[in-house]
Design a protein around this ligand. Structure first.
Ligand code: HAM
Length: 419
């Protein structure tokens, strides 16, 4: 029987892992610069957390959660996103009592049972941030600046910022009503999903990717035309600040995002080189979630980005940097005795911080040289019988093939590597 990975999951092989690691290093450095500290929450939580947080009418909760009942009869789900978990941890650990304003970042696997396609997986890695405690438009803009800087530092060349405001509980009902009045006569032309959404959460219809539905949505009312004065002022401040910090954006009046919790600002980082799944990240304000979890009325904003999508976009742009996988030395030996000498030298060189490797399969000189080449080593050390007798080793520089004998000592090897 041959085992296969589950549909929508991926094996990230060492070469690709190195690309992830390089990006992760950059994101951690940039997060630290902006004062965001890492939080690690469990990979599974009570399903109710996501039903309440992510939202009962979202596709994520309705169709995509990996849920199971554990031995204790608890209904649990693999996390489909990070925001509800961070909010739960913020409240459960009373973090707001120490300092109301707190900034977190997270990185890890999320799970959604979506139809897999390019850039859409069932297990994918996200990094995200949550800035909790401020209602200021400055915190909206800080999250956007941080997202754009991370994407740029990781190496993505082209990122567009799409922006909208989805209002608040005061103004959104009048918008929903206007959208309902507009869509009611067209209801039969919408897909069955959207017909259901018309009853459950009409805003989700704006997310539908089906061509037929998109056609009917042309000239639909725009949320920004229904904002209350508070939301309007906030959105104006966000736009003004973005202009002042030279961040260009596209106003997308139909951007509502696929999650239920957003209030006021919503945004997406779009990569124009990707196809249907072109959002490398997205986020927005969620001023009501903390209160809805039984906490004080504390506002918050955040975003998350999909690491696989970022790397895919970079591949399409041709901007993926090859990870530095160079080996410093490869030790070639001739027989049992020299092979043990080679093994002891391997340990000493590694202790001195040198990246080195040797053969462990008693292969021929030719096969060992081939292996050294395949691993892209900078230098080869050859230990033969004659070298052993003279307490020397053969030193070969792979870039130009230069070969010489040097004394058999770690110091001499280090000197050669540094010269
Ligand atoms: P989201 O838009 O659902 O937002 O996901 C954020 C990003 O994760 C997407 O833009 C995409 O790059 C990536 N992503 C989502 N689903 C998949 C998938 N199936 N396969 C590959 N990549 C995917 C959130 O998750 C919110 N928690 C963001 C947030 C934080 N809002 C406020 N705070």
């Amino acid at each position: 029987m041959k085992f296969k990975k589950i549909k929508g999951t991926r094996d990230i092989l060492p070469e690709e892992t190195e690309k992830f690691l390089a990006a992760e290093k950059i994101l951690r450095k940039t997060m630290a610069k902006y004062g965001y500290r890492e939080i690690r929450t469990p990979i599974f939580e009570e399903s109710a957390l996501f039903i309440k947080g992510t939202g009962a009418t979202t596709d994520i909760v309705n169709k995509e959660m990996y849920s199971f009942v554990d031995m204790g009869g608890r209904n649990l789900s693999l996390r489909p996103e990070g925001t509800p978990s961070v909010v739960r941890a913020y409240l459960e650990n009373n973090l707001y009592k120490k300092r109301l304003f707190q900034k977190f970042f997270y990185y890890g696997s999320m799970f959604r049972q979506e139809n897999p396609q390019s850039g859409r997986l069932r297990e994918f890695r996200q990094f995200g941030i949550e800035s909790i405690g401020s209602i200021s438009a400055q915190s909206d803009v800080e999250t956007i600046l941080l997202g754009l800087e991370i994407l740029k530092n990781i190496g993505l060349k082209n990122v567009e910022l799409h922006l909208n405001s989805t209002g608040c509980e005061k103004c959104i009902p009048s918008y929903k009503k206007a959208l309902g009045d507009f869509l009611k006569p067209k209801l039969e032309l919408l897909c069955s999903n959207c017909q259901r959404r018309f009853e459950t959460n009409i805003l989700r219809i704006l997310d539908c990717k089906r061509e037929a539905c998109r056609k009917e949505l042309k000239n639909a009312p725009k949320c920004i035309d229904y904002l209350c004065s508070e939301c309007k002022t906030h959105f104006q401040k966000v736009k003004n600040l973005l202009e002042k910090v030279d961040v260009s954006f596209t106003l997308n009046p139909y951007l509502v995002r696929g999650l239920d919790y957003y209030t006021k600002t919503v945004y997406e980082f779009i990569s124009p080189v990707l196809g249907a799944q072109d959002a490398v990240g997205g986020g927005g304000r969620y001023d009501r979630m903390i209160e809805s979890f039984g906490g004080p009325p504390i506002p918050a904003i955040g975003f998350a980005c999909g690491m696989e999508r970022i790397l895919l976009a970079m591949e399409k742009e041709g901007t993926v940097k090859e990870a530095d996988k160079t080996l410093d030395c490869y030790i070639v030996t001739m027989d049992e005795q020299t092979d043990e000498e080679g093994f002891l030298l391997l340990g000493k060189l590694r202790k001195a911080g040198i990246r080195c490797e040797k053969d462990f399969m008693s292969r021929s000189l030719k096969a060992q040289m081939k292996d050294a080449n395949r691993l892209g080593t900078r230098f080869v050390i050859i230990i033969g019988e004659e070298e052993m007798e003279k307490k020397e080793l053969t030193w070969k520089r792979m870039s130009d093939g230069l070969q010489k004998r040097i004394p058999f000592s770690v110091e001499n090897i280090l000197q050669e590597i540094r010269s």
